[in-house]
Design a protein around this ligand. Structure first.
Ligand code: NCD
Length: 301
C-alpha cells in the first residue's frame, strides 16, 4: 500500500499490504494520530447517495487534519457546462488537491479519473465493480474476531452478482486464506461467478451450521429491473431470522455492509443477536479509511 498512488480495487493488494492497512488502523484506534494530513486537501466526489461511506471518509480526513472539500454532482461544471471529466480532474490537480475520493455508478470511473490526476485516488465504490475500503473494514472486523482468517469459513449471502462489496471482499478473503461460500438464488449467485473455485450454495439452512461468519447483502434493486425473485420467496429461503440464527455455531458472527433492509435479508432478531457486528464494522470504517489515506499520502513514515 505504501508505495501505491491510488486504491482502486482490492484484487491487486498482497496479503502484506492488507496487513499493513490493518496494523495502521489498529494504531490509530489505540491513539489518535497527530495531524498527518496537515495542508493536504481532500476532495470527496460522490455521484451516488451515500450515508456511511461519505461520512466515514469525511471523518477520516478530518481526524487526520486534512482540508476537506465535498463536491456534489450538481456543483460540477463538467455535467452542465460541457467540460469533460478529464478537464475537471486536470483543474482539481492544478489546485494541488492531494486526495480525491470518488464514488460513481459506472465501473472503472475512479480508474479513469486516476489517469488524469496527479494526487491519490480512492475508489469509494464504482458500479458493481469494487468497493475496496468497505472490504478492508469488513476484513479488519473479521480479523478482530478470529485473528487469522486462514481456513475460516465465511458465507456471503444474497445479491452477490450486483454487489461491489462482495467482489472486493471475496478477493480479500481469498488472499487471506479464508474459505468462502456464496449463497443465494441463481439470479443473484450465478454458477459462473465462482470461476475462481469458490463454492456456490443454494441452501442457506445447510450452510449455517458450518460457518464462522455470515455476511448479508442488500438486494441492489437500483442495478436491475423487474423482480427476478419475489420478496416472499427470498424471505422464505434467505432471510436471516431467529430460527436460522439458532443454526449458527455459538461463536459465529453476522455482518452487513449496510444499508440493511429490515424484513428482507434480516429481521429484528438479527439486530439483537450478540454476534451482530454491524456497528463495529461502521466504527472500524473510519480508522481503516484513515489508514488507507495515510499510507497513500505518507507511506510508512
Ligand atoms: C454498499 C455500497 O454502496 O456498495 N454500501 C456501503 O457502501 N456501505 C452496499 C449497498 O449499497 O448495498
Amino acid at each position: 500500500m505504501r508505495t501505491r498512488r491510488s486504491l482502486l480495487d482490492l484484487d491487486d493488494l498482497a496479503a502484506n499490504e492488507l496487513n499493513e492497512v490493518f496494523a495502521r488502523a489498529a494504531a490509530f484506534e489505540r491513539e489518535r494520530p497527530e495531524k498527518r494530513l496537515a495542508g493536504v486537501a481532500c476532495v470527496n466526489l460522490f455521484f451516488e447517495p451515500s450515508t456511511r461511506t461519505f461520512t466515514s471518509f469525511n471523518l477520516a480526513e478530518l481526524r487526520l487534519g486534512g482540508e476537506v472539500v465535498n463536491l456534489a454532482p450538481k456543483d460540477l461544471s463538467y455535467l452542465n457546462k460541457g467540460e469533460t471529466i478529464e478537464d475537471t480532474v486536470i483543474t482539481l490537480s492544478a489546485m494541488g488537491i492531494g486526495v480525491l475520493v470518488v464514488r460513481h455508478p459506472e465501473e472503472g470511473f475512479p480508474a479513469s479519473v486516476a489517469m488524469h490526476f496527479d494526487g491519490h485516488v480512492v475508489n469509494a465504490g464504482d458500479g458493481t465493480h469494487a468497493h475496496p475500503t468497505q472490504a478492508l473494514l469488513d476484513l479488519y472486523t473479521l480479523i478482530e474476531q478470529f485473528g487469522s482468517l486462514h481456513s475460516r469459513s465465511v458465507a456471503i449471502v444474497g445479491d452477490v452478482v450486483h454487489s461491489r462489496v462482495a467482489r472486493s471482499l471475496l478477493a480479500g478473503l481469498k488472499r487471506l486464506g479464508a474459505n468462502v461460500r456464496l449463497v443465494g438464488p441463481e439470479v443473484f449467485v450465478p454458477e459462473h461467478y465462482a470461476e475462481s473455485a469458490v463454492a456456490v450454495e443454494r441452501d442457506l439452512d445447510r450452510v449455517l451450521p458450518d460457518v464462522d461468519a455470515v455476511l448479508l447483502l442488500r438486494i441492489q434493486r437500483e442495478r436491475f429491473s423487474g423482480t427476478p425473485v419475489s420478496d416472499e420467496e427470498y424471505i422464505a429461503r434467505y432471510r436471516l431470522d431467529a430460527p436460522r440464527l439458532a443454526k449458527l455455531r455459538d461463536t459465529a458472527i453476522v455482518m452487513h455492509p449496510g444499508p440493511y433492509n429490515r424484513g428482507i435479508e434480516l429481521d429484528e432478531s438479527v439486530l439483537r443477536f450478540p454476534g451482530w457486528l454491524y456497528t463495529r464494522q461502521v466504527m472500524h470504517g473510519v480508522s481503516v479509511r484513515m489508514a488507507v489515506i495515510d499510507l497513500l499520502v505518507n507511506g510508512s513514515a
